[in-house]
Design a protein around this ligand. Sequence first.
Ligand SMILES: [Zn+2]
Length: 373
Amino acid sequence: MAKTDTVLAQDAIAVIESFAPRSLAFSGDPVGLQVGRLNKPVHNIWLALDASPDVIEQAVGSQADLLITHHALLFRPLSRVDTSTVRGQAVAKALAHDLCVYSAHTNLDVADGGVNDVLAQLLGLRDVEILDRVQNERLRKLVVFVPESHHQEVMDAVCAAGAGHIGNYSSCTFNTPGQGTFLPLQGTNPFIGEAGKLERVQEVRLETVVPESKIEDVVRAMLSAHPYEEVAYDLYPLEIMGKAYGIGRVGQLPEPMRLLDFAKMCRAQLQLQHIRFGGAPDMNVRRVAVLGGSGGKWVHQAIAMGADVLVTSDTDHHLVAEAWQDGLAIVDATHSSLERPVLTRLKTELEQHLGERVSVTIANVNEDPYHWV
Ligand SMILES: [Zn+2]
């Protein structure tokens, strides 16, 4: 992150990607910067679910520099920007006003603290687990040889940058003392020794585990804390799996509730006027699956995970009827009501990391395309 006063689009994006890295996105999901440039200075950041023409119009009207959305502006392959169409005009308007548009979609669904965790929290779920595992983080082993004088400093730097986490333990390293040798050649400026003379130095072989998403940060931190001009280090791919990531969540309500009361609680928490559900109103529900967005495909997984009810959106007659025959109730909220709560988390993260240098606004728009009568 830039330490200067100017925040660039890439700094704001780094805040989002620190917990929702693009590597978590489903394959083919066009997450990331969609319009604009990473090095654009940004003061005024807007957040919305959709980069709709209406949102772009409002963002441009408010001199926004960066618009961060959940659903991508360019989603279906865009073969042309025809400015006689509404969506073509939206792209042209963003470009003409130097508005960067960035999307965090399925990576934000899957992320810790993303769409589905925020939803689980909003509904008061406990003992929350992943509904459907998507991937495990890949791990690397970092081995670096450090002179004893700088051992602690390098260890602290790599751990602070994200190395050394195993389960709920941090700062996990192994350290073996030994003797390093090197011969500085012509033109070098060695920290220890002199050109043309073989040196023997007491060093420590420091080894630790690094998640793939943190490799760049960890190596950069290691190189800046290490005193040597040329640092000897190795990175090995590991076969063991890192932390699991997945879509949807399953958890327990503190107490069993009647399905009717649970549906009313969802309606209140999601700030809706209406909500619909499938299932016997008097049945008790305790184990709840949530999937922000269109969750019809996860009915069987919710049943497999022992859920009594699935809270999602965009379901249809046959899906709900069959789920109910299989013993799973469904609370069908609106797509936008399930996903809008995460925007508050994004706003908090951006404000905490970037402080007063930016202002962050959640677009005040109704993103439900339906009207309810
Ligand atoms: Zn969605």
